[in-house]
Design a protein around this ligand. Sequence first.
Ligand SMILES: NC(=O)c1ccc[n+]([C@@H]2O[C@H](COP(=O)([O-])OP(=O)(O)OC[C@H]3O[C@@H](n4cnc5c(N)ncnc54)[C@H](OP(=O)(O)O)[C@@H]3O)[C@@H](O)[C@H]2O)c1
Length: 336
Amino acid sequence: MAGSAGGRVRWAVVGTGGISRRTVRDLIASGDADVVAVASRTQETADAFAAEFGLAAAFGSLADLCASDAVDAVYIGTPHSTHFAYAKTALEAGKHVLCEKPLTMTADEAIELGEIARRHDVFLMEAMWMKFGPGVQRSLELIASGVIGEPRFLQAGLGYPVPEDGPPRFWDAALGGGALYDMGVYTVALAQLLFGTPTSITAGGAMRPDGVDLHESYQLEFASGASAQLVTSITFLVPPRGWIGGTRGSITLDEPLFSPRSIRVTTGRPPAPPEVETIEFPPEDVGYLPMFRAVNAAILAGEREHPTHPLSATVDVLRTLEQIRSLLASAPSTKG
Ligand SMILES: NC(=O)c1ccc[n+]([C@@H]2O[C@H](COP(=O)([O-])OP(=O)(O)OC[C@H]3O[C@@H](n4cnc5c(N)ncnc54)[C@H](OP(=O)(O)O)[C@@H]3O)[C@@H](O)[C@H]2O)c1
């Protein structure tokens, strides 16, 4: 079982692509942690990444990393479809796992990872950084304080025309490509954070014959009467924003939805003019620090999940994504 050396978590990064390069500095700066290693599919790439970011060890395979007892925890930053196998390997080696979103491509796979983590007594979490950021945390506090009354509605979207020579994770069906699992995982996670598990789902959009979804809009209904209207796309621009409507006011989550730089709280009942308070959150590095700090603290405290984003929430979101995907597949359109 992974421990921690001298009250610090010894991390390794898995994968040397886009997200690992963006987040590794935040992980290094997260306190109570040392990033001690990287694993890549090739030794040369691992060596180059380790040299660039000053990491002590470089492994040419995940298996080699897992054999090292100098590593307590791994951050997996590889394409979606690889997450299950990589996380399983690491958990079975007794490493704590923080894995990029979506944790897996199916809810059943996430449940299986949870069972493996429990068996090996290690921490497991999907890197849903949006939930840990100050914009979403402050919004939850404001909602709990009753400022906007009862929250009843969420509208949120994320999308941009991804160039065809852009990141393969968007376009390659074998890597889990498409808008829904990459971007929809945020919109659905936000809706379900606010309202729980949906009782009904409708969806429309476009999916290529190989299963890569190009865009979709979907509506979730909840037992409380709340609803969420969500849209994601890799072929057209959807401003990365959202707003939560309540019985006495609303909260607008400004760009970018997964790490809002500001929120706007609007209160007042028409015909009186609305009162708008803007709350700003100065960017703190890439924005991963709150999540990394929280995960470090949880691991050092011996926790096996984090209450802000437990595995049950990941599984619930994956179930919704599966349903949306099957609705898109049953009414296919290829119009991007
Ligand atoms: N939270 C966020 O803001 C955010 C942003 C972007 C991406 N992500 C998530 O991060 C994950 C990776 O995205 P990315 O943009 O970093 O992807 P990427 O650059 O295309 O790939 C990441 C790395 O994964 C490794 N890899 C392992 N198996 C692979 C395989 N079968 N095919 C291709 N690469 C493989 C490669 O590193 P080696 O060559 O070293 O093995 C590659 O460079 C995705 O799941 C995505 O959802 C999150």
